[in-house]
Design a protein around this ligand. Sequence first.
Ligand code: PMP
Length: 445
Amino acid sequence: RTGQTDPSTPTNEQEFDRSRAVIPGGVNSPVRAYGSVGGTPRFLASASGPYVTDVAGRTYVDLVCSWGPALLGHAHPEVVAAVQEAAARGLSFGAPTHGETELAETVVARLDVSGRRALERLRLVSTGTEATMTAIRLARGATDRPLVVKFAGHYHGHSDGLLAEAGSGVATQGLPGSAGIPAEIAAQTLVLPYNDLDALDVAFAAHPGRIAAVITEGAGANAGVLLPQTGFNAALAARTRAAGALLILDEVLTGFRVDPAGWWGLEQRDGADWTPDLVTFGKVVGGGMPLAAVGGRRDVLELLAPLGPVYQAGTLSGNPLAVAAGLATLRLADADVYARVDAAAGAIADGLEDVFVALGHAVTVSRAGSLFSLAFRDGEVRDYDDARDQEGWRYRAFFASMLEQGISLPPSVYEAWFLSAAHDDAVVDRVLQALPAAARAAVEA
Ligand code: PMP
């Protein structure tokens, strides 16, 4: 089936023209636009396992995986069945349900590694943005301090205080932040270079008793992959504690994706010994449905209404369909799933490196567990400045060649590539076979 031969089949171009006439930019989240890579976004009709299929009937190997949630691959039959069963029982109640408790118990139990527990309480929300926004409010409520430290190139959703020098779509569009945020609000956020403890010490010294929290991604994965240097997260935990501030570990992207217990779990298994005060989750925890969570210390979480003075609420929080998808996904995401995702990621990341070596063109492939990204730059990518110091325009030709060969990559050089347990050897081989032509196109661009 191709769009060219059947006149009743819409093309992506027709869909895009129609959507742009009613939806700003034709997309409901800017990262979906092909702004930096050019061309027409593929309008997807369906997805299954490692594949997505567009309205024109073309199927692609998908290395976006819904920007993270699809750890098991798309439309896993057991997850779909769980959602269907939940739907038949009612779409939304606005009252507590058994499933919410079960999901919270599951998440809390997972973040128990080598005798260390990162969570005592957990509240379910609907998006990662809500989770980090609530974490910040909690930290301010707990400390009675105004300021928040974030790292340049990290993305924590689109709440007012967290868009300064943000990664993801903000980085792709080359924006310093967002319009529409009063200077008074922006001034409450201190943006520091990632992996720079000296800068953190300077900030704490310059604002004694004023910093409520440091928020950091488990591993940076929104300006390409920014690996935390060994001991960096542990040092953040120690320094925030010493300063009377809270450490918010944003695992919306890394949580349940790089390890059964997220980036934190991966570090603990490697012998680290630190705990965050608050942790945020999203993406995989909702199994592809709108669900996210904020958890952490009991004394802090119990500041939330109805127990305490920090207000947070949601009509659709803990939605039964989303809870069913999250529970089914976490139940299926066993050690074998993580081993398969790791193996597929390793094979593609290595292949990516090899193909540019063969061409004699220096690039950097950064890896944080099963997350990896490509930078057109000779040398390590430690922070946002490094990430921006690359020949990113070469990605346009690379992306176009891969798409032409039936491989759908994230449409920005500032995004990580996402794999799933459904990306088996045959699928990985298809990706590897497409890499040489794409790399040549990038080098010749
Ligand atoms: N934090 C991180 C680390 C993220 O990667 C994202 C989304 N990519 C968010 C927060 C925001 O999540 P959401 O898009 O669900 O609001």
